[in-house]
Every structure is written in C-alpha cells, then in structure tokens.
Write a protein that binds this ligand. Structure first.
Ligand SMILES: Nc1nc2c(ncn2[C@@H]2O[C@H](COP(=O)(O)OP(=O)(O)OP(=O)(O)O)[C@@H](O)[C@H]2O)c(=O)[nH]1
Ligand SMILES: [Mg+2]
Length: 457
C-alpha cells in the first residue's frame, strides 16, 4: 500500500441486514462530497458543516433525489480517525442502501476512490494518530475471540507499549547523544559520567515480564488442542455436542457411529480449544473404523488436553483398560465418568481414581458446571496463569522485537559504557524500538500488517 492524497470511501460495517450501516469517507474532498450528497429534512443543503456535529437528513444522489434517511458527522483534520477530513454517513443497513450510497459517491470521478483493506487505519498510522502497535491493536480488537484478547487489545490500542517504553528510551536516546559527543569530540566535552546501568537493569526486568507474558498468553490466543477419547458408545459425540451447545455431531445408540475425526473450535471457560471428537478406541475388523482408530491414536499423541470418557454405570471392559494404559502416559487428562444418571459402578470409580475424575451425565447436563469449574482451575494451573498481569504481549512480531532487545541488553550491561561498541549496541536497541512503533519498519513489514485488515477498517 502506498500513501497518496486520494479521498477514499468504504462501508465500515459488515454487509447484510442491520439497523445501521456506516459509510466512511476520508481525505480532502470529504467535506465537498458531504455538501453535495446531504440534505437536511427540509431539503435544504448545508453551506457549512460543523466539526463533530450530528445532522439528521437524507443522503441524496447527484440529482438531489433521496436514497436513504441518514445521519451525517464531519470530523475535521487532524481530529479524526485518519487525521484527515473524515465524513461518516450513518445509513440503514441491508443489501441495497450501503451499496447505493457508495456507488453514488464513487460517481464523483477523480474526487474519490474505493479504499483498500486497512487503508483508514494505515492513514491513521502515517499521520501519527497511531503508532504501529496501536494500528495492529485495531485488527486484534476486531478479531478477538475471547474477553482476554479483547481486554489486551484495548490496552494496546490505548498505546500501552509505546507509553511504557518511552521513559526508558528517552534515557537511552539522551545517553546516545552524550556518548556520540564524548566519542567524536573528546576534547570539547567535559568529562560526563554516564551511569545507565540501573536503567538497563530495570529495563531488562521489564523485558523479561513482557516476554513471559507472551508465552503465557499463547494458549489464550492460538488455542489449545484437545481430544475426546473413549471406547465406542460412552458418549464422546454427546460430550462434543454439549460443548458446542448444538447438534453438530451425529449421536446414536449404536457403537461405532463416529468413524472419522471431527474437529471444532470452541471457547471453554475463556480458553479457545481446537477440539476433536474421535472414533471410539476398540478392537475391530471393520477396515473403515480401523482407519479412524489409527487416526485417533496419532492425534492423541499431539493433543495437549485429553478428555477421556468412561461409562460409570457399567463394568470396565478390556477396551477401557487399553485406554487407561494410554492415559498413564499423557499429561492434562480429564476423566469423565459418564451416564451417572443410569447408576454408579463403584469399581469403575476406584480403578480411575489416579486421574482427575468428574462424574457427569452428559445426557441431562448434570455435573457439567462442576466439570467447567475443575477445567478452569486446572487450566490456570497448567498454563501458569494465576497472576493476572497488567498487560500480555500477544503479537509474535512484538515478542520477536523484545527478544532481540533482551539479547542486546544482556550483552551491553557487560560492556563499559564509554566505548564505541556500547554506542553501536545502544543504536541497535533504539532502532528496535523504532521498528516496534513502525518508525523505521520496512515497507514489506508494514504491508504484511495492513494486508490482514479488511475493507473499511
Ligand atoms: N443415559 C445416558 N445416556 C447417554 C449419556 N450420554 C450419552 N448417552 C447415550 O449414549 C449413546 C452413545 O452416545 P454417543 O455420543 O454417540 O457416543 P460415542 O462415544 O460418540 O459413540 P461412538 O461414536 O459410536 O464411538 C447415545 O444413545 C447417547 O444418547 C448419559 O449421560 N446418560
Ligand atoms: Mg461418536
């Protein structure tokens, strides 16, 4: 994407039936376009449009015929999202109106063109309204799947990273200037004492915190892989359905119903789970079912969490014992003693005591709340998430920069401050900070970030 001064337009709300739809225009022709396409209720067009005032009227085509009743808001440069003159038409949604509004605006050839994906935010970044981490936060916020992600993205949007690092980097910058003077003009500069070590040490601790927060946030961002296993007919697909809260997987009273792997993504207690329902593990001559069982075993190897289901109302079979053996080699196992509504065989409970067990009736939903509670507590323990940090790094790009900063800092604290080597290292550190905020990020890097955006953002 290259920046030019074209005025751009796009629909900023998703397509489809909705109460309202927002059409956003940004650039120097916005105000003229608003004057041309907006009429007040009494059919009078506005000679002057005030900054940040809401007008009720009509969006009209070039002949002055109304297309929709709408609200108009004008935000004068630089006090707008993009930093340019911005006009928003809040029209009704649906398949016709937003498209017609844009179509009419685009008929003003040479004055306006359709925006590229992410172009509004890109302009906000180039006009200094947002640093790169804040621009990235817009995308994270929109695509948040969990409250965790949303909460962090909002802090990032607020400029958390830039603000937290600014104080350190002001000191690094001053030090760099002083060092340059000392090294380049030793005669002219009085002996200045550079004592940057305490700041570096403190900064190093802060980096540790950021880096560990990234590792901790990963399960909450990319999700955790989970698998449901058990012999045929114990209720695996019923459990998957309960988690999905719908009838996605076929359930039947006949063993062997699920023959292939069924994969879904759900959010369970704030954790995104990529969860697989499997064919029951048993000894079978059916070649198709055997393939399913082989696949189950291989998926089981890579799964981070296992939900193993047993029928607590019946006796354990050879197949159950096979599964118990497998479970002994797995971490993060949740054993579900299902069909408690049909009765409880105390031998089953005893044989499975070594695992974290939850008695349940998947059919009636009894025990599901208890299951979720145990799941939540264990997950917090497994992913060391007990201390709530102020902020979690969630972007791999940010984490990579912090790792590189950490490496430089670890090396320079060992060096003497008054040397050229120290100055070079300090330069590298500062240029990483600039890269983080997008001040000297490569065009390729910037394009990669904004290509993830959708039109209208
Ligand atoms: N009574 C009772 N029946 C249940 C319970 N959970 C599941 N079932 C029944 O058990 C039968 C098998 O359920 P499924 O969910 O298909 O079991 P599965 O483990 O996926 O079976 P396969 O795919 O064949 O391996 C169905 O008739 C369910 O209605 C429960 O808690 N209590
Ligand atoms: Mg099944």
């Amino acid at each position: 994407m290259t920046y030019n001064l074209d005025t751009i337009v796009a629909i900023s709300t998703p397509p489809g039936y909705s109460g309202i739809s927002v059409i956003r225009v940004s650039g120097s022709n916005s105000l003229d376009l608003a004057k041309k396409h907006f009429r007040l209720k009494n059919n009078v067009s506005l000679a002057e449009i005030e900054h940040r005032k809401v007008y009720l009227g009509y969006f009209v085509d070039s002949q002055g015929s109304p297309i929709d009743e709408c609200l108009l808001i004008y935000m004068r440069s630089p006090k707008s999202y993009t930093g340019e003159d911005v006009v928003e038409f809040h029209c009704h949604g649906g398949s016709i109106i937003p498209a017609r509004v844009v179509e009419e605006i685009l008929k003003n050839e040479g004055l306006v063109r359709y925006a590229e994906p992410g172009e509004f935010t890109y302009r906000a970044f180039l006009n200094g309204k947002k640093d790169l981490t804040q621009a990235e936060a817009v995308e994270s916020l929109i695509h948040s799947k969990t409250y965790f992600q949303q909460k962090n993205a909002l802090k990032q949007l607020d400029g958390y990273l830039g603000t937290k690092l600014r104080d350190y980097f002001n000191i690094f910058e001053e030090t760099r200037l002083a060092l340059e003077a000392i090294i380049n003009f030793p005669e002219d500069v009085e002996n200045v004492l550079i004592n940057i070590e305490p700041t570096l040490n403190e900064f190093s601790l802060f980096l540790d915190e950021l880096i560990s927060s990234y590792n901790e946030s990963q399960p909450y961002i990319s999700g955790v892989s989970a698998i449901i296993i058990g012999k045929p007919n114990v209720g695996k697909s019923s459990f998957m359905n309960l988690l999905l809260n719908n009838e996605r997987v076929i359930v039947s009273p006949f063993p062997g119903t699920t023959r292939d792997l069924i994969e879904e993504t759900i959010v369970l207690e704030g954790i995104p789970l990529k969860i697989i329902d499997t064919a029951g593990i048993r000894f079978t001559n059916d070649p198709i079912e055997s393939i399913g069982i082989e696949k189950t075993k291989s998926k089981l190897d890579s799964a981070q969490i296992v939900f193993a289901i047993f029928d607590v109302s019946d006796k354990l079979t050879e197949e159950d014992r096979e599964i118990i053996k497998i479970l002994r080699n797995k971490k993060n196992v949740f054993v579900i003693l299902n069909k408690i509504d049909k009765g409880e065989n105390i031998d089953v409970v005893r044989e499975l005591m070594e695992f974290k067990c939850i008695k349940m009736s998947i059919k009636t939903g009894n025990g599901f709340e208890e299951f979720k509670k145990i799941f939540r507590e264990s997950i917090l323990e497994i992913y060391s998430f007990s201390v709530d940090k102020e902020f979690y790094v969630t972007s791999p790009r940010h984490n990579q920069i912090f790792l590189e900063m950490k490496q430089i800092v670890s090396e320079i604290v060992k060096r003497k401050a008054q040397t050229e080597e120290f100055l070079f290292a300090l330069n590298d550190l500062i240029s990483l900070y600039d890269r983080l905020l997008g001040r000297n990020a490569s065009e390729e890097e910037i394009n990669k970030i904004f290509s993830r955006f959708c039109i209208g953002k």
